[in-house]
Design a protein around this ligand. Structure first.
Ligand code: OAD
Length: 243
């Protein structure tokens, strides 16, 4: 596939590129996206019913079973061509910020250095009450802190929770500073992440989307590429480096 020449020109001329990724970039690694039907045992639940403090209070064992299933799936997953292309793109531009809504750590495994984890990381454990990170035996049905006995939860941002301030501030700063904003593999339905492209646009950046199913916001962007990330991103990087 060909990336439009005017899009490549904008990227080449950019001082700071900010990329926002969502579950779609890990789909080709076999990690299911959120708004695809849940698979196997989990078909009867919607993620909103499992990824919330209310769900944890109601049935912490169920919530842990789901997260353990996702942790295992992600541990076995391999990075894909899209993750690798973004790690390569980072090395080609002066200033590069990767904001990810994914909690799978696959960007870091692919070699991306400057990653803002907007929704946390699934492999981290935190106190349910205070939110501080904790080391514990997480094979228990509901892990607890070895010192105080308090319940422990996965270190991800749940529905109804706020984004960690350091991640939020860094992402807002990058979106308003960049001159090219690229949104990849996200349905752009969950705020505040979905508002970053608009912030970038309002600050004068060009915005592009890569998604095989164009989103409701795509018509407001300069460029929309309807291809899987594993096809479009390697093509984009190849165009960047070719004369
Ligand atoms: P979604 O599941 O909402 O959207 C995934 C998007 O990826 C869809 O728009 C798909 O069309 C697109 N997609 C699928 N395959 C793709 C591919 N091969 N290449 C590129 N795009 C592809 O996931 P997110 O937008 O990440 O939040 O969801 C945002 C947040 O809502 C998540 O971080 C999570 C979720 O519930 C929390 O857990 C707080």
């Amino acid at each position: 596939m060909e990336i439009p020449a005017d899009m490549i020109d904008r990227i080449r001329g950019a001082r700071h590129i900010c990329v926002l990724t969502g579950a779609g970039i890990s789909a080709e690694s076999g990690v299911p996206t959120f708004r695809d039907a849940q698979t196997g045992l989990w078909t009867q639940y919607r993620p909103e019913e499992l990824a919330s403090a209310d769900a944890f209070l109601r049935d912490p064992e169920l919530v842990w079973r789901w997260y353990r299933w996702r942790r295992e799936l992600i541990s076995k997953a391999n990075v894909n061509a899209a993750h690798l292309a973004l790690a390569r793109l980072e090395k080609l531009v002066a200033d590069f910020t990767l904001v990810t809504q994914n909690v799978d750590g696959l960007h870091q495994r692919a070699g991306s250095d400057h990653v803002i984890e907007f929704h946390g990381n699934i492999f981290v454990n935190r106190f349910f009450k205070e939110g501080a990170e904790v080391e514990c035996d997480d094979s228990e049905p509901v892990p607890t802190c070895p010192d105080c006995g308090g319940p422990v939860r996965p270190g991800v941002v749940w529905f109804g929770e706020t984004i960690p301030p350091s991640a939020l501030n860094a992402a807002l700063a990058a979106a308003s500073d960049c001159d090219f904003f690229l949104s990849v593999g996200t349905s752009s339905l969950v705020y505040p992440a979905a508002g970053l492209a608009e912030l970038a646009q309002g600050s004068g950046a060009a915005v592009a989307e890569i998604n095989p199913q164009s989103t409701d916001l795509a018509h407001t962007y300069e460029f929309a590429i309807q291809e899987p990330a594993g096809v479009a991103l390697p093509a984009l990087v190849a165009s960047m480096v070719s004369e």
